[in-house]
Design a protein around this ligand. Structure first.
Ligand code: KIV
Ligand code: ZN
Length: 389
């Protein structure tokens, strides 16, 4: 694998599915897993098998049908969780067990009421046990974002010695600033013996709206896997949005990083997840929101009609959106009206456009958006004779 390839670990079906009220049944999970495999993700985290018979069944079935991606099951650092995950993953072509434990002072004290040494011991035991079932074992240091770097480095080194192949450094509470998260990854790269033989993974939550920035800071400092979800769904404010990190790496060649995602399937995949989960995508969501390629102010519309790149940094086709939208509102100018009128069959001279535009403004002031059918009414009201086709 190239040093500059960033693996995309999709956790839509595990962390993403932790969204209240957005439960998927096994059939829906299979449809989404198949789509993620087409999309080109490297790892599909299919669920938390010990958590319920339904989750076990989903991980089992996903393991059976996925052709290319690694299929991963989550566990706590608990023997029974690991045994059940191994059982659920047994049909996977490339199985991975994802095990781990909290490492921040807050988790050690309040969740486990134990000591740092005991946390390391439990982590080692979990990794070794997972390793008795599968070769590929990922360890998560939960709340690594708020874990002291020196202790985190000790944990990482111990897990590498125990056999972990991937080290997940989650910013579980979405607390870190990008510089801080990037510096954490750099610190681990520079201070953990054996780190060059494993993959460092970023798993960032969005509580402060920094999940994407933190993940990019992570890979800019040497991490080579990003854990993310379609549409950025997940617990509380969600996880890193897959479509965002993938397009950032694609649009910024200077980062010198790439993924294997077929970006032309991003919009379709986003719609599929949104429909199955019954979870609406905010219109201004980057990359796949309904307004991501829509232009409504006159100045922007004029620019985009002259040359798309004046106000768009991504060609919508690259993410599976057929074309940019010129939305007609009372803020639109003559250029947008002439453009749309032409699309629906009216070629207007400059004088005609002036007359029709006044009629258009009256109409648009009473409507949020002027649609194609409205154009015919406006043309009739303006009483302008054109070559309507
Ligand atoms: O956010 C988190 O720390 C997690 C771990 C269980 C990987 O989701
Ligand atoms: Zn998480």
């Amino acid at each position: 694998m190239s040093d500059n390839k960033v693996q995309i670990f999709d956790t839509t079906l595990r962390d993403g599915e932790q969204v209240p009220g957005c439960k998927l049944n096994t059939e829906q999970k299979l449809i989404i897993a198949e789509q993620l495999d087409f999309l080109g993700v490297d790892v599909i985290e299919a669920g938390f098998p010990v958590s319920s018979p339904g989750d076990f069944a989903s991980v089992h079935e996903i393991s059976r049908i996925v052709k290319n991606a690694t299929v991963c099951g989550l566990t706590r650092a608990v023997e029974n969780d690991i045994k059940i995950a191994a059982e659920a993953l047994k049909l996977a072509k490339r199985p991975r067990i994802h095990t781990g434990i909290g490492t921040s002072d807050s988790h050690i004290k309040h969740k486990f009421n134990t000591t740092q040494e005991k946390i390391i011991e439990r982590g080692i035991a979990a990794v070794k046990y997972a390793k008795s079932f599968v070769e590929d074992v990922e360890f998560y240091a939960e709340d690594a974002g708020r874990t002291n770097n020196e202790f985190l480095a000790r944990v990482c080194e111990a897990m590498i010695k125990a056999g972990a192949t991937v080290l997940n450094i989650p910013d579980t509470t979405g607390y870190c600033l990008p510089e801080e998260y990037g510096a954490k990854i750099k610190y681990l790269k520079e201070n953990v013996t054996g780190i060059h033989n494993v993959t460092i993974s970023c798993h960032c939550h969005n509580d402060l709206g920094l999940a994407t920035a933190n993940s990019i800071a992570g890979v800019s400092n040497g991490a080579r896997q990003i854990e993310c979800t379609i549409n950025g769904i997940g617990e509380r404010a969600g996880n890193t949005a897959l479509e965002e990190v993938v397009m950032i790496m694609k649009q910024h060649p200077g980062l010198n990083l790439h993924t294997d995602i077929n970006t032309k399937l991003l919009y379709q995949t986003s719609q599929m997840v949104s429909e199955n989960m019954g979870m609406f995508v905010q219109p201004n969501k980057a990359i796949i929101g309904a307004n991501a390629f829509a232009h409504s102010s006159g100045i922007h519309q004029d620019g985009v009609i002259k040359n798309r790149e004046t106000y768009e940094i991504i060609d919508p086709i690259e993410v599976g959106v057929t074309e940019s939208a010129i939305v007609l509102t009372a803020r639109s100018g003559r250029a947008a009206l002439a453009y749309r009128a032409k699309k629906v069959g009216y070629e207007l001279t400059k004088i005609q456009l002036d007359i029709v535009y006044q009629e258009f403004l009256k109409f648009a002031d009473n409507k949020k958006e002027v649609l194609n059918d409205d154009i015919h009414i406006i043309m009739k009201n303006a009483n302008v004779k054109t070559q309507a086709n």
